[in-house]
Structures are given as C-alpha cells and as structure tokens.
Design a protein around this ligand. Structure first.
Ligand SMILES: [Zn+2]
Length: 84
C-alpha cells in the first residue's frame, strides 16, 4: 500500500494502516497466544488430506495468495481490506 493518506468512504475520517491476523492460544501455556497473518487465496476452499484421512486444514497448494492488509477508520471503525 502506498504512503498516501486514506479517508473513510463511510464517514470521511482518516484511516489507519494495519493487517489481519488469526490468533490461537498456545497448547503449552494458556497465557501465550500465537498470531499468524491472514491471506486472501484465489479460488474455492479445498479440504486437506493427511495420512490419517481428511484434515480441517485447507489445501492451498498451487493457489495464488496475498497477505491481507487493512485500513481501519479511526472515526467509525469501518474496515477496508486489501490483498497485496
Ligand atoms: Zn468511518
């Protein structure tokens, strides 16, 4: 994203730069969280496979992916996402 200032399309306030994460609590310590970036992935979601059968994890092999960047309105909280 460029360094230009962005303004909210809903209320006109300035938008702050950020990004999207997925968080999960650590299996080893309840007060530790792990954060991972979110991605936009091209196409339809496909379930993965493991040696033991179907997995809840998605198979994104071969698909184009881009990290999700987000603008958040400092006035009303509106989010605007970009995959760049
Ligand atoms: Zn706004």
């Amino acid at each position: 994203m460029s360094e230009a200032k962005y303004y909210c399309g809903k209320c006109g306030s300035i938008m702050a730069r950020g990004y999207m994460v997925d968080g999960s609590r650590s299996a080893s310590a309840s007060n530790i969280y792990n954060y991972y970036p979110s991605y936009w992935v091209e196409g339809e979601p496909r379930k993965g496979e493991t040696l033991f059968g179907a997995s809840e994890s998605l198979n994104i092999s071969g698909a184009a992916k881009f990290m999700v960047r987000a603008l958040r309105c400092e006035g009303c909280g509106f989010l605007e996402n970009y995959a760049v």
